[in-house]
Ligand binder design. Structure first.
Ligand SMILES: Nc1nc2c(c(=O)[nH]1)N[C@H]1C(S)=C(S)[C@@H](COP(=O)(O)OP(=O)(O)OC[C@H]3O[C@@H](n4cnc5c(=O)[nH]c(N)nc54)[C@H](O)[C@@H]3O)O[C@H]1N2
Ligand SMILES: Nc1nc2c(c(=O)[nH]1)N[C@H]1C(S)=C(S)[C@@H](COP(=O)(O)OP(=O)(O)OC[C@H]3O[C@@H](n4cnc5c(=O)[nH]c(N)nc54)[C@H](O)[C@@H]3O)O[C@H]1N2
Ligand code: SF4
Ligand SMILES: [Mo]
Length: 908
């Protein structure tokens, strides 16, 4: 008898955030994929957040780019790989021959695997001979990189996740950890539950979900972190908290850093005023920091994405160096990385300002070392164009061809309309992506289909320097190829010889060997010592590569042959500057360049929501993930809303000197007066006009070139419309003629939120045209109150709901959740049919409200009613009763907030 094969779980790594959780993926008999956390992976010990847990829902081939395509006058034409590769290689060769190597550029991504990244960098810097390769990590990690290089002499993250468990105090600066690094946040909460004396401090202008469990929240005025940390440095010096012997033996620069800080920040009351925080709270923080040995200061985009980003990073590191709190368990500055392979890109040096393997472009010995190892015809001699400069050079015609890989710059760059103009002008735009329709692909002359997560093989490095394998468990879709292979095939067609890798393990091997090449003690012939070293992973066989365990670098091989990773750096108090000493950097505070004024009185802050990933090309496919935040919004303080004449639930126009968008007004995001927050996730594919990148100023940090995504002057005004509507439809709709729309993925249907400025003349004809219905088709229920401007219609086929549309002059439409649930029914129950045109169930309590817990699909109404009726006091009680919060824990801060609010409402 033949038994079907037992599905085997493949150990791989989550493709989303830099926590780098281990995943066990099992391909099921029906083609589905079961996803579970990998209990053996040090990053997550078996847990996954909502996004990771929903991976199985995002792997379908709908919307995938499956074949190479070339643009012709009539549109995109499917071509053979040969034709596509020849076009790219031929055009690049011709442009380089005529205009030199700097006339072409690669714009790549922290979502590539290390092997892809390695090959891209080698091609550009060693063979084409230009450093015009930059990455979306410029938008993300470059300030942290520059800060590390200045302080430590190399881009090194000192600590590890275990430090978050061991710390007595964790300071989170500009990091919404609860939503953006959820598994790390869960770790901190667990540590705090075990040791309640542990203190959690959040420094963020918004009262985010991360603050719900904090002991102290400092709602700093946007852009003032350097004042705050300079003030801390002064306080530490004033109160004898400086570790004099550490400073003397292992650092330089304290005197200059302190003298600079003292100019503006010696008085904590003055600092509190500048940072607009309560002076008592600020002193509380300073005292706690001074008194606590084991402090971790973890930081993310509220720090990096600033015109003072690098100084913010160094002002934080200064406080750790001055107290010697680095390199030991439970302490240190900790840059939380964004993308799954933000670190890998830095290791291979795939930024315009780096060389490879932590060597420097402006160091002739390093250049010679890399060129000799590569045996390459060229080596780039100076820095190439950083992302913002690159797209400006493209618009000016200085760069004539760009190849964009695994990033969507028409959405994610600042001043995104400029990026659009640049691509329109560019002679050859090549895009490698897994998705067919993106805002960037719309400008591509050549589209190259890449393998995606679950299909490709290679490695990624997470925030704690841990290198993990991504492994394939899905078949190759269409004609897609791995990114590294596509790059090699173009390189070969350009006539270059260093790209004949026999497999991805050979690329990794070359990368590991380069990291170890001439990497010995200084002084010995030709050596250029670097801490980044993968000597222990050099010369792995294919089999060993396939079974590689997740380990943190530097990775050396013991005499016994065992591979030894390094959990922490600087335990020996030696830093990577030539003299072995760390540097404190003077960080004179400065305000953002474009401050609010009369025309644009607010500060626009941009960032992420819990359940979406960037431009939504993957998470946007999951109905479960769409439940949490469905629509683009602008979060504004209620008093500012009154002042600027906008109302919660209504639409508003947000504009800056660079662009404008339309989003729904909401409160409750913990925003202070004077600021607004707009999420980054919506593109032209998912909404008519909600691409926030078009609003963001393109000012960058002078050291790192990282854009100021968190601070653009802006204004908000009412966006008056004549009607609001929503449609739920089993079929995708073209929505011809609708000016304002958002598309949201539902379970077996698409949801469209619509609005219009011109009144609808005849509802019936309008609805039928939008729903693409032919005359006389279908069981059509409708209700119209013409004088009130209210219209509702439902289209049934064989007692199954196909589509529905609800229109009102106000945004007071019925909640979508109950109607959405009807799409899961093969036949409507009679009771459901009765409620159809009401848009809500006849029986009470059947509508759970907006989703709070995505894992178990538990809504706000359900949770609040349970809290009220059963007098619940804790998250644990809510979880025990409703399951909510019991899986990934991402919604625990929100449940806690509901407990507080409901409890307070009842007490009042
Ligand atoms: N759900 C989800 N998770 C993600 C991602 C995602 O798309 N979705 N993306 C990943 C990536 S690539 C990244 S880079 C990370 C980003 O992770 P985070 O940096 O945590 O996320 P952001 O929402 O960009 O911004 C963080 C916070 O900075 C605050 N901030 C703004 N201005 C200032 C300021 O002047 N000072 C201080 N101290 N704070 C300020 C904002 O209010 C915001 O709450 O998330 C990763 N994880
Ligand atoms: N306003 C504002 N803008 C921001 C930020 C902000 O906070 N505010 N944050 C910035 C930051 S930190 C980041 S990291 C960026 C992120 O911005 P992007 O990198 O532009 O966003 P993604 O949607 O992740 O784009 C990844 C693209 O790669 C494709 N893709 C996925 N897997 C693969 C693969 O294996 N191979 C290939 N070739 N393609 C693949 C996806 O379909 C998608 O089109 O946004 C930046 N932009
Ligand atoms: S925290 Fe979530 S998104 Fe980040 S790696 Fe882990 S499962 Fe993936
Ligand atoms: Mo990022």
């Amino acid at each position: 008898m033949n038994f079907p094969p037992i599905p085997v779980a493949v150990q791989t790594t989550c493709p989303y955030c830099g926590v780098g959780c281990g995943v066990r993926a099992t391909l099921l008999g029906d083609g589905g994929v079961a996803i579970a956390g990998d209990a053996s992976h040090a990053a997550n010990l078996g847990r996954l957040c909502v996004k990771g847990a929903a991976l199985g829902e995002t792997l379908g081939l709908d919307g995938r780019l499956l074949h190479p395509k070339v643009r012709t006058q009539t549109g995109l034409r499917q071509v053979s790989w040969d034709e596509a590769l020849a076009k790219v290689a031929g055009t690049w060769r011709a442009i380089i021959a005529e205009h030199g190597p700097d006339a072409v550029a690669l714009y790549v991504s922290g979502q590539m695997l290390t092997e892809d990244y390695y090959v891209a960098n080698k091609l550009m810097k060693g063979y084409i001979g230009s450093a015009n390769i930059d990455t979306n990590s410029r938008l993300c990690m470059s300030s942290a990189v520059a800060g590390h290089q200045r302080a430590f002499g190399e881009d090194l993250v000192p600590g590890c996740y275990e430090d978050l468990d061991l710390a007595d105090m964790v300071v989170l600066v500009g990091s919404n950890t609860a939503w953006c690094h959820p598994i790390l946040f869960q770790r901190m909460l667990k540590a705090k539950a075990a040791r309640p004396q542990m203190r959690l401090v959040v420094i963020d202008p918004r009262r985010t979900a991360t603050c719900e469990l904090a002991d102290l929240h400092l709602p700093v005025k946007p852009g003032t972190d350097v004042w705050l940390f300079n003030g801390l440095l002064c306080y530490l010096a004033q109160h004898g908290a400086v570790d004099e012997s550490f400073i003397l033996a292992h650092t330089n620069g304290l005197d200059e850093a302190l003298a600079t800080a003292e100019l503006d920040c010696a008085d904590p009351f003055a600092v509190a005023q500048i940072c607009r925080v309560d002076p008592v709270a600020l002193l509380d923080f300073y005292q706690m920091f001074a008194a606590t040995g084991k402090v971790v200061t973890a930081f993310s985009q509220g720090v990096n994405q600033s015109s003072a980003g690098t100084d913010k990073v160094n002002s934080i590191i200064n406080c750790h160096l001055s107290t010697g709190r680095i390199g030991q368990p439970g302490m240190g500055p900790f840059s939380l990385t964004g993308q799954p392979n933000a670190m890998g890109g830095r290791e291979v040096g795939a930024m315009a300002t780096m060389l490879a393997a932590h060597m420097d472009l402006d160091n002739p010995v390093h250049r010679e070392t890399v060129q000799t190892f590569w045996d390459s015809p060229h080596i780039a001699k100076q820095a190439g164009l950083k992302a913002v400069d690159l797209f400006q050079a493209i618009e000016q015609g200085r760069v004539k061809a760009v190849w964009i890989i695994a990033t969507n710059p028409v959405v994610s760059m600042p001043d995104a309309s400029q990026v659009q103009r640049a691509l329109e002008k560019c002679e050859l735009v090549v895009v490698s992506d897994i998705t067919e329709n993106t805002d960037t692909n719309a400008f591509a002359h050549v589209l190259l289909p890449a393998l995606g997560w679950g299909e490709k093989e290679g490695t990624v490095t997470n925030s704690e320097r841990c290198i993990s394998r991504q492994r394939a468990f899905l078949p190759v879709p269409g004609e897609a190829r791995p990114d590294w292979k596509i790059l090699c095939q173009v390189a070969q067609r350009m006539g270059f010889s260093g790209f004949d890798f026999g497999g991805v393990h050979e690329v990794f091997d070359e990368h590991a060997r380069l990291s170890a090449y001439r990497n010995g003690p200084a002084g010995a012939a030709g050596n250029t010592p670097r801490v980044f070293n993968l000597a222990g992973l050099a010369d792995l066989s294919q089999h060993q590569f396939e079974h590689m365990e997740a380990l943190p670098w530097p990775l050396l091989r013991q005499p016994s042959g065992q591979i030894q990773g390094s959990v922490r750096l600087f335990g020996d108090r030696r830093f990577a500057h030539a003299d072995g000493r760390a540097r404190l950097i003077a960080t004179p505070p400065r305000a953002p360049l474009h401050l609010p004024d009369q025309t644009y009185p607010l500060v626009l802050n941009t960032g992420r929501v819990r359940d979406q990933w960037h431009t939504m090309t993957r998470t946007g496919k999951s109905a479960k993930l769409a439940d949490h935040v469905a629509e683009p919004f602008v979060d504004i303080h209620p008093q500012d809303a009154l002042l600027y004449g906008v109302q919660a639930g209504q639409l508003a126009r947000v504009s800056t000197p660079w662009g404008a968008l339309v989003a729904r007004v909401q409160h409750g995001g913990g925003i202070a007066r004077g600021s607004i927050f707009v999420p980054i996730h919506w593109s032209n594919q998912s909404a008519s006009d909600a691409r926030v990148g078009t609003l963001v100023n393109p000012v960058v940090d002078p050291v790192s070139g990282e854009p100021e995504f968190k601070h653009t002057r802006a204004r908000v005004e009412q966006f008056g419309v004549a009607w609001h509507a929503f449609i739920l439809s089993r079929r995708e709709l073209a929505l011809g003629g609708v000016t304002h729309w958002t598309r949201i993925q539902g379970r077996a249907f698409a949801r469209y939120e619509l609005a219009g400025r011109t009144p609808i003349a005849g509802f019936n004809a309008w609805a039928r045209q939008l729903l693409e219905l032919e005359d006389g088709q279908a069981d059509w229920l409708e209700y119209e109150d013409g004088s009130a401007g209210v219209y509702r219609a439902v289209h049934l086929v064989d007692e199954r709901i196909e589509q529905c549309v609800f229109v009102s002059p106000r945004p007071d439409l019925p909640a979508r959740a109950w109607l959405a649930g009807l799409f899961g029914m093969a036949q409507l129950a009679p009771a459901a049919r009765v409620g159809l045109l009401l848009g809500r169930p006849i029986e009470k309590g059947a509508d759970g409200g907006a989703t709070v817990c995505s894992c178990f699909g538990v809504g706000m109404t359900t949770i609040c009613e349970a809290i009220r009726s059963q007098g619940m006091q804790s998250v644990a009680e809510v979880t025990a009763c409703l399951k909510a919060g019991g899986n990934c824990g991402s919604c625990v801060p929100e449940i806690k907030k509901l407990l507080l609010e409901t409890g307070a409402a009842q007490a009042a």
